[in-house]
Write a new protein. Structure first.
Lengths: 501, 501
């Protein structure tokens, strides 16, 4: 037993005063982490398998002290962490922590309720209904999405789960009409820019994966789904005896934040009796700002709408918000009613049991953190935060534009800039290799982390701004790294090999 | 703006010193909550819709102060909370918070990483592999379940998700062999005591819900699945041209903690080439104690094994542990590989990307809390905690047995006691009503919360012990309430109407 251990009294499973003492220590540990966050390589530079060499191969029989564990986190875990909250994190779509979100996670973990049914913690269900109505209002969603009517909002873990549950609701709605034998004929539609969650949802739901139509897009629509392409695909499928049942439009695609034309797509969905889902996982938050709201014009025709509060809206992961117009469609697909969960209130059907709106049974009290974010920053605070992230992206874009070696590839819409080194003339392949090398070279510095995508065969760098600590100086410093690494690369490979050869 | 607001400086999205200051306040709030937890009615006594009357119908435009929000939580939210961490919570299966688990949630929320792929936070993936190997060792699981071979462990949110992903892996394994047309013929098996998650998983996976065979059990096997009943059902289905593909055995059923005979069932599964899943969501934790390990004897033949660390094992919800022998079966069902997530390490196939083992894409760093629980209590501390919960159940059972008006209905195995008021002679219906009335009467005191089940037509009271603050005095006080309420009920309905009539 180490001396640290001897000095501390044994940790009880639960004890208010011990929780207070140790909780304060942990708060300081986390505050110190944020103080030092820029000192870590933002993208962890460890090698696969690094941690197994540092930890024992069994859990300890007798307790370790909190100090021992914190030391290990500092020395062994943190070097393996990719720091999503670093101001130099520009990869994927950033997922925000905030003080309010963190406090919300704390209180939720403190209460540790499991709110599957209303009765298992009434406030968990009711607060969720209320804050989702608050946000529906902030987003100016149509009344049908409010919990006061036939619809309502629900917190899912991720957009993948949101997409899955609505796909299942749509599947079962049509199978109830046509019979189970229609399953192999059901077709879903989206652009080829749709998130991979759609294909995964089709696969999970037992749908024919070949009937998940990913319709081609290109730069002529800035990678948005063309309504004529959709209309044609549907006609062709109907003519072949197939059954269109689901359309997913995206507002803010993962590759380039493309925005599908909701009004035109919604009309087609309506005409064909297709479930119309709008995935605004990333960009939905921006639509609480009046000047961005037009991006979801047409949501009025949607059956369901999803956005992630854990992306641009300062709510700690996970917190994906889903609204549906017809909650009974979800419930008919996902409800279970075993004896051991039956209770008077549920049977009176006057309340919502969120277990029937989601894949898992149990659920955390996530509405608390969403409420804390909405109240501690206020809608104006959140709007100003989002505007500021977009402003930083505009600044980055202006830097890219000024350097002739680079080009912005797709029109920037929100806080993502898609850019690349201009490839040598007639050498897309070489250009792709060059940009891939630039990506690796930049990321290996540990001073910035970005990711990539491919659009129409072009390898593209994605610079996504979202982390709360990011300021203009971080953008400038990041851009300096891109410029330096580009110079290093172009010095040897571009000018010498491409132009000089 | 309230005066409280004026006194505080504006909350920034993220700021180390503000996080420290507000985090300390929240720790005190939560410690004070635990100090006062016995003062709240354990089962919330609010009426449906109570909260909407107390909160505004929009999110505020300008920020509220933390103190305002904490006041609202105290005055408006907490009355609507059912207090899962109260020492008087004996409903469902309790889901533990602990100091270690709470600290783990804090650090996980503080880092707020989204670890879908190894590269997105290497330590999140590697720590998960390691602590799941630690637990596999503590449970004496066969080597095939370790991440060092072809299998491995993964943290799912809930047992429902664990069950779903293995069902999908089993479904797709057989469909790869037989073709997609076999889907409507696939049959899964379990006892009628299996968790409702199985039927839900079948429904989600597009399987014919009528081919989810819930085989009848009764008191002759203490509600465990009989291997001869299973063998017969499989033979019958094969004879009808159907295709058995999945068997779920339960160790510790939800209604009565029945234990299915794994060795016999595993043999049948093996003979028939069926995926064999063992759901030990509740009771698995107990098997880290050598004297309970025999309940999972036979797990050697299983393809997958699941237990919830968030039930008896002091890890805050959610933390459901799943091990599989053949991780490639999961990955083949659940992987996606969009360009924007591609990276060198993933493509070299030397690491695990847990996104391909689960339904969602994103995932929290839950391994931290599991590590903190294992290290801050040690295996001996956890064993002693679990033994103590079971000892309390034995104590409660002894109290029930002493009161001739009551009977223990099924043999107690772990920390759940199934009991009821003995019904009047020849009056099962009246007995059921009586016990339902007793349940309502006891729960309406707010001093104890239990739930019920039905076994062979009998309405049964479930007294499940698990909350960390529960001591013998709480058991005694709870029993006193049962006795008093029984006397009140029997005084009017039992003696007077049943016996005297």
């Amino acid at each position: 037993m180490s001396s640290t251990k001897q000095m501390e009294s044994e940790l009880r499973p639960m004890d208010a005063e011990q929780l207070r003492e140790q909780g304060h220590k942990m708060v300081d540990f986390i505050a110190d982490y944020y103080k030092a966050i820029e000192n870590f390589p933002v993208l962890s530079q460890v090698e696969p398998g690094y941690l197994r060499q540092l930890l024992p191969d069994s859990a300890p029989n007798s307790p370790d002290s909190l100090q021992d564990v914190l030391n290990d986190i500092q020395e062994k875990i943190l070097p393996g962490v990719t720091h999503w909250q670093s101001p130099n994190f520009f990869a994927y779509f950033p997922s925000n922590s905030s003080i309010a979100g963190f406090l919300g996670e704390m209180i939720s973990a403190g209460l540790n309720t499991v709110g599957f049914s209303w009765i298992s913690s009434p406030a968990a269900t009711e607060l969720e209904m209320i804050v989702l109505d608050w946000l529906a209002k902030a987003l100016k969603l149509p009344d049908d999405f409010y919990s006061t009517g036939q619809g309502g909002g629900v917190i899912q873990g991720t957009a993948s789960e949101a997409e899955l549950v609505v796909l299942l609701a749509a599947r079962d709605r049509i199978l109830r009409r046509l019979g189970r034998n229609a399953l192999p004929k059901l077709v879903s539609y989206a652009s080829d820019q749709v998130h991979s969650a759609l294909q995964k949802a089709c696969q999970i739901g037992g749908l024919n994966p070949e009937l998940c139509r990913l319709l081609e897009t290109d730069s002529s629509t800035n990678y948005a789904l063309s309504s004529s392409v959709l209309r044609e695909a549907i006609s062709k499928d109907i003519a072949s005896g197939l059954i269109p049942f689901f359309l997913c439009a995206t507002v803010g695609t993962t590759s380039s934040t493309a925005v599908d034309p909701l009004p035109a797509l919604g009309k087609i969905a309506k005409t064909n009796g297709i479930w119309f889902h709008v995935d605004a996982a990333y960009a939905g938050s921006a639509c609480i700002c009046p000047e961005y709201r037009h991006h979801i014009d047409g949501v009025e025709e949607a059956d369901s709408f999803n956005m992630n509060a854990h992306k641009l809206m300062l709510t700690n992961f996970d917190c994906s918000l889903l609204w549906v117009k017809d909650r009974s469609a979800l419930i008919q697909s996902l409800s279970t009613n075993p004896e051991y969960l039956k209770n008077k209130v549920s049977q009176e059907n006057t309340i919502i049991d969120y277990k029937d709106w989601q894949i898992p049974l149990g659920r955390r009290f996530r509405a608390l953190k969403l409420m804390m974010v909405l109240r501690l920053y206020g809608l104006e605070g959140l709007q100003s935060y989002i505007r500021n992230r977009i402003k930083l992206a505009i600044h980055f874009e202006s830097l890219v534009v000024k350097d002739k070696r680079f080009e912005v590839v797709t029109a920037r819409v929100f806080s993502l800039v898609c850019f690349r080194l201009v490839p040598p003339p007639n050498s897309q392949d070489h250009g792709n290799k060059l940009n891939r090398d630039l990506l690796d070279s930049v990321n290996s510095t540990g001073r910035v982390f970005i990711t990539h995508t491919v659009l129409s065969g072009k390898f593209i760098l994605r610079f996504a701004i979202g982390a709360p600590l990011t300021e203009e100086r971080h953008i400038n410093a990041a851009w300096q790294i891109f410029q330096d690494k580009a110079s290093a690369l172009l010095g040897t490979s571009y000018h010498d090999s491409a132009f000089s050869s």
